[in-house]
Design a protein around this ligand. Structure first.
Ligand SMILES: [Zn+2]
Length: 158
């Protein structure tokens, strides 16, 4: 069972290839029916409008087939809705290393933070500006660093 979960957890996000679906918080559950051996994987999609979920489903099926479970079911659960808060610490570190600014945690108390500082993933400077609401995919916005002049992708916080 641990092997099955590990096989699924190792599936990488098709858009952000440096992080796994486990690190992004997309993977909710991997269950194996003790009687039939049938595996059910539960995932929660990230940003609506991201076409990546079909690819993720196919990749999960492929990983499970390779692990000896070709009959697996991939179930999508929308509640509770995925949030960028679900990205793990290792996922955030990998995003930063890849030049993608990880989203700041979303505050749940309704208080809007005064400054939405997005730090440059290359030099760490908070002197950044949004260039475009849409980066290389619908989930990312394009930002630029005023300190080192480098553009970078920023994952929109949800
Ligand atoms: Zn910079």
């Amino acid at each position: 069972m641990g092997d099955v979960r590990a096989a699924v957890a190792a599936v990488v996000d098709p858009e952000i290839r440096v992080v796994t679906i486990d690190e992004l918080g997309i993977l909710r559950d991997v269950a194996e029916d003790p009687a039939t051996g049938r595996v059910t994987v539960t995932i929660t999609p990230t940003y609506t409008g991201c076409p990546a979920m079909d690819v993720i489903r196919a990749d999960i099926r492929r990983a499970l087939a390779a692990a000896g479970h070709p009959e697996a079911e991939v179930r999508t659960v929308l509640t509770p809705a995925w949030s960028t808060d679900w990205i793990s610490d290792s996922g955030r570190a990998k995003l930063a290393a890849a030049g993608i600014a990880p989203p700041a945690p979303v505050r749940r108390d309704g208080v809007v933070p005064l400054t939405l500082a997005v730090r440059c993933p290359r030099c760490g400077s908070p002197e950044t500006e949004q260039v475009s609401r849409f980066g290389s995919t619908a989930c990312k916005a394009l930002w630029r660093c005023r300190a080192c002049r480098e553009p970078f992708d920023h994952l929109k916080a949800l």
